[in-house]
Design a protein around this ligand. Sequence first.
Ligand SMILES: *Cc1c(COP(=O)(O)O)cnc(C)c1O
Length: 439
Amino acid sequence: MLPTPAIAALREQFPLITELMALQPLSWFNPRIAPAAEGLNDVGLTAHDVAQASARLARFAPYLAKAFPQTQASGGIIESPVVPLPAMQAALGMPSGQLWLKQDSHLPISGSIKARGGIYEVLKHAEMLALDAGLLKEGDDYSVLASDAVRAFLGQYAIAVGSTGNLGLSIGIMSARLGFRATVHMSADARQWKKDKLRSHGVTVVEYATDYSVAVEAGRKQAEGDPACHFVDDENSHDLFLGYAVAGQRLKQQFEAAGVAVDADHPLFVYLPCGVGGGPGGVAFGLKLAFGDCVHCVFVEPTHSPCMLLGVHTGLHEQISVQEIGIDNVTAADGLAVGRPSGFVGRAMQRLIDGYATVTDEELYRLLATLEQTQGLCLEPSAVAGFAGIPPVLAAPQYQANLTRATHLVWGTGGSMVPQEEMAAYVARGRALLAAGAA
Ligand SMILES: *Cc1c(COP(=O)(O)O)cnc(C)c1O
């Protein structure tokens, strides 16, 4: 925690900090929001970079279809469905517009949004090593990477990452399948089943009693001592970010196929759960490239972990943590339990994110149970956070003109791999809270 006078000075300069410290759900709309054409200049990456990432994933598709048979149906492309939620929309009392869900909860291989960025970064690293060693040539069918010879070659190299759980699952499963030695440094929030699953894939799991930032630092240190080890840096990686950004063009095609209009008269609002920021930031970058000013992105964080809101609002980015203003970073939303945001993402997206909202754990459980009851869909607590961004948008004066024709897309970031008993307990918790609220 910062010294009391320093906190008092911050609260004086930024009254919102007092509200954050009270742990009440709140929203903040970004006064610096700019037209996409201007805001995209802050990113330091371009549409060309995203197109290259997309092309790389296409090259790897034959390999993925072979290594992970569950991706055969999509030709080795890791993508999730987008589905309308009419019953959930009615339950939430949304009078107009259309509510949709992006089911990253059902992405193949690792069952969360991390299957985008995490897998992309591992594939890119493997491609570079295999090309350098002459085991792969331009124009090759990448399914050659599934051979024992390539696996043995990649076994000389290591990949490490620090994670609250889902990034570790993606990096660990993908790395181990390619033959890399993989180590995942897990924070205290990480669920036991995620550690068990990784170990069953032959991944080394190092457990920490502390939070995410400490696990990342420990992982970074250990990796620095090993020249054969590639550290996946969740706080700063451009490759992770680009892997997420590929989602923008893909969503555009999905909406076109589904007949969902997104244009100046039909705005698209996208609600993204935010932890360190790489996932939602990368996806939002791709969305801004694909839809320009017609898309409005809102990040949602737990009231106990509002790190990106704190960093962007104060302009201090990674120079401030929620713990420094006395917030504990303890939340049931394990994927969002991050106290210090990515400075790279906060700065890159500082004029492209419309707003930020916070949500309590109780509300996450209620949303989770309502989604299960109305649509029969099961998401993990982190993954339903987006729904909490809707009421502030519906109430915001600047959006009123076109709200009746708006599409609201909640990015459902994870959940399909949660063990059944654990999911049943989440739903029971939410139902109990709903019943208590109705009484
Ligand atoms: C990691 C994660 C997020 C947030 O992604 P960040 O890159 O940490 O901001 C959201 N939802 C789930 C389920 C996650 O695992």
